[in-house]
Structure formats: structure tokens, C-alpha cells
Ligand binder design. Structure first.
Ligand code: PLP
Length: 370
């Protein structure tokens, strides 16, 4: 699905010397690279505070810990997402309330959020799925009206621009109270191991997030709140600093691949190409088709037989996972989510794709579905 080896080859000298520098300076934790990355990300995203952490799941967990929610408080989230988004809600003793997504954007439906609000609702976690923003203008309006926190799961959309109703353009992950991202290797901005970060424009929240990620520590060996140990290491930060300089180019490459796929699949019957919203710049973490009336799993097997990878993101929506059985969420009626789960297929998309690869993939899809 991705080609991280070819990508590395192009930036090898810079990466190799940056990693070697970290090793020679033997500053592995909280080193200068982490501080520099934090500042460079703040600048790139146009956000006041970036708090690096160990991975995207931790970012979400720390974000939710910072909101001082009580057991049983409800957090509204789409079911059609990667499990991490919803798992941390349950892990903290909160109640995930699963709502429907839009059939076109794959992102959480704002009306469904509004309908799911109860007196116990405290937060909304929209996910910018596959690289395109959720309907943040509507979501922020609901949150403001109902006095709810918004935590953006930006793990798949870093670098995406969003048009606010006031006319300004901002980066996804900087719109809600807190934004979370992952630097997992295959993400649009990925390191060479695990990594993550939390964004906020709120000084007070930033202080709290920083403390929670560091054992609740206010000054060395003084611990004010229960926290965790979640750090980005200096080697990963060094890699990310180099890749951050390439991020906009990487996004362009992904969008070029998406344009090629769109041109090929657009006219095909029963094949829905990704919808592109007016508000959000799609950064194509995934290129995901909806196949209606075609044998989706058969296509996946056919492609595999020709050594072409494809993926189903995600085969089981969160509300149907055994993990949440005790929440009774399987009884939740989410027809669009179920419908999508049976029809989506993601094709290879990355920064190093060659035209001949694209031809082979598209022709193979056409051979199968005609
Ligand atoms: C990758 C991902 C995460 C989790 O990130 P990790 O770094 O793997 O913990 C969370 N949410 C979404 C939507 C993701 O794609």
C-alpha cells in the first residue's frame, strides 16, 4: 500500500546524518530535535502549542484525560473509524456514543451528532477519515451551542487545509479544542517507529496536556495529577523534521495519484470515486472507492493474485466490535456505516507511485469488474 523504501532513498543522506547525530550526541529522550520539531510543527500548522507524544492513540487518550471527564460521561464519535479513536473513550471509563457518517465524505454526520446529544454528553471526536476533514464548521457550531469539547482525530489528515465560515483557512487539527495526530510510518507524515502529537491553541489545556504526558509532573518529582509516560524520542523527531519539509510535496504526489485514479474510475459504473468537499483539501491518506453492485472481496482477491495490495478500512465498524459488547452498541442502528463497511476498498497510494504501477492497478481493477 505504501513504498517507504523508495521514499527513504530520496532523502537518505539527510536522514542518515540526522540519525547519526542523535546517536553521537547520545540525547535520546527530550533532546533538541524534539524541541525543534515541536516549534516547526507549530509554525507549519499555525497552532500555538504542539505536544509531542509516543503515538496517536496516546495523543487521543491524553487529550481526553485533560478534559476532566467523569466516568459515564458520553463522548460522541463515528463508528466508521480506526479502533483507537473509540477505544480510548472506553479505556477512560467514558461512554462512546457511536453515530453515523456521511456516505460521500466517510466523515461523521453533523445532524447525527446533534441528535445523539444528551445531558451527559461532554465531547465530540470527529475523525478526518482518509485525509479529508469532517464537517468542522457545523460541528464547531453544535459544540459551541451545547458547550461541548471537540477533539479532532487528525491522524489521517495532517497538512489538510480547511475553510472556516469566517473565510479564514486553517489546518485540520487546529480547529477544535484539541487535535491529535499519529506519526505511524505509513501516515502522511510518518516516522521510523511510533510517534504522535497533540495540538491546541488553549494555553491552559496545553499545560495540562504536557503534564499528563509526563507523569502528571509540574516540576521534577512533583506530580499533581495522574498522568502517563508518553514521549516522542529524539531519533524519531530528527526523521520527522526532515519529512515535515517534504510534507507539502508528499501531499501533492498523493493528490496526483488520486487524480489519475479519479480519471480512470470516474466513468465506471457502480464505482464511486472519493468525493472532494469544498471546505477541505483532501490529502489522500487513503484512496477509497465505493463499489456498488460489484464483488468487492472478489476484487480484493483478484488483485492479490496479481500481487497488487488493497485494503478494507475498516471491515468491522467500532459499534460491532466485541470490545464494546458491554456497551450494547451493536444494537445501534447505523445503516450507512454498515453499507460502507461492505463496499469500500482502498487502493495503493503513496508518494513514490510510478505511472506504470498506476496503469497496472487500474487495468487489473477493470479486468475484474469490467
Ligand atoms: C493511525 C490512527 C490512530 C492511531 O495512531 P497510532 O499512532 O497507531 O496509535 C488513531 N486514529 C486514526 C484515525 C488513525 O488512522
Amino acid at each position: 500500500m505504501v513504498d517507504l523504501v523508495s521514499q527513504y532513498e530520496k532523502i537518505k543522506p539527510a536522514i542518515d546524518s540526522a540519525i547519526l547525530d542523535v546517536i553521537q550526541n547520545a540525547q535520546f529522550i527530550n533532546g533538541p530535535e524534539v524541541t525543534a520539531l515541536k516549534e516547526e510543527l507549530e509554525q507549519y500548522l499555525g497552532v500555538k502549542h504542539v505536544i509531542p507524544c509516543a503515538n496517536g492513540t496516546d495523543a487521543l487518550q491524553i487529550a481526553m484525560m485533560a478534559l476532566d471527564l467523569k466516568p459515564g460521561d458520553e463522548v460522541i464519535t463515528p463508528s466508521f473509524t480506526y479502533i483507537a479513536t473509540t477505544e480510548v473513550i472506553a479505556l477512560l471509563g467514558l461512554k462512546p456514543v457511536f453515530v453515523e457518517v456521511n456516505k460521500d465524505t466517510f466523515c461523521v454526520n453533523a445532524e447525527a451528532i446533534e441528535k445523539a446529544i444528551t445531558p451527559k454528553t461532554k465531547a465530540i471526536v470527529p475523525v478526518h477519515l482518509y485525509g479529508q476533514a469532517a464537517d468542522m464548521n457545523a460541528i464547531m457550531e453544535i459544540a459551541k451551542k451545547q458547550n461541548l469539547f471537540v477533539i479532532e482525530d487528525n491522524a489521517q489528515a495532517i497538512g489538510s487545509d480547511y475553510h472556516l465560515t469566517d473565510g479564514s483557512v486553517v489546518k485540520t487539527g487546529t480547529i477544535g479544542d484539541i487535535g491529535c495526530t499519529s506519526f505511524f510510518p505509513s501516515k502522511n507524515l510518518g516516522c521510523y517507529g511510533d510517534g504522535g502529537a497533540i495540538f491546541t491553541n488553549n494555553d491552559e489545556l496545553a499545560e495540562k496536556l504536557r503534564m499528563i504526558a509526563n507523569h502528571g509532573q509540574s516540576k521534577k518529582y512533583y506530580h499533581d495529577v495522574v498522568g502517563c509516560n508518553s514521549r516522542l524520542d529524539n531519533i524519531q523527531a530528527a526523521v520527522l523534521r526532515i519529512k515535515l519539509r517534504q510534507l507539502d510535496n508528499y501531499i501533492d504526489s498523493r493528490r496526483n495519484v488520486a487524480d489519475y485514479y479519479d480519471g480512470f474510475f470516474g466513468p465506471m459504473k457502480g464505482v464511486q470515486i472519493p468525493f472532494r468537499s469544498h471546505d477541505s483539501k483532501h490529502v489522500f491518506h487513503q484512496y477509497t472507492l465505493i463499489l456498488d453492485g460489484h464483488n468487492r472481496d472478489g476484487l480484493s482477491e483478484y488483485l492479490a493474485s496479481k500481487d497488487i495490495p488493497s485494503m478494507i478500512y475498516y471491515p468491522v465498524p467500532a459499534h460491532r466490535q466485541k470490545m464494546f459488547a458491554s456497551f450494547g452498541s451493536a444494537d445501534t442502528n447505523l445503516p450507512t456505516t454498515d453499507w460502507l463497511t461492505e463496499r469500500v476498498i482502498s487502493l495503493p497510494i503513496h508518494t513514490e507511485m510510478q505511472e506504470e504501477q498506476l496503469e497496472r492497478i487500474t487495468n487489473s481493477v477493470a479486468e475484474f469488474i469490467g
